[in-house]
Ligand binder design. Structure first.
Ligand SMILES: [Zn+2]
Length: 64
């Protein structure tokens, strides 16, 4: 029995513990988004961080 992407992500989120909240609403469902743990913010200019929604599969970036 394969698990869905949502189930996998939920498991990983629980494994990582509490993510850092962004205060930004998800553009899809309106729930709060959180920061992804990444060093990618240093790679681009202007610096962006990966953020994702804890309630739906939406992912994106925001300026730091
Ligand atoms: Zn969402």
């Amino acid at each position: 029995m394969l698990k869905s992407l949502e189930e996998h992500d939920k498991e990983r989120m629980e494994a990582y513990g509490q993510p850092k909240r962004t205060g930004i609403a998800c553009p899809v469902c309106g729930e709060e988004t959180v920061e992804a743990e990444t060093d990618a913010r240093l790679v681009f200019y202007p610096p962006r961080i990966d953020i994702f929604c804890i309630s739906c599969p939406w992912r994106g970036t925001c300026l730091v």
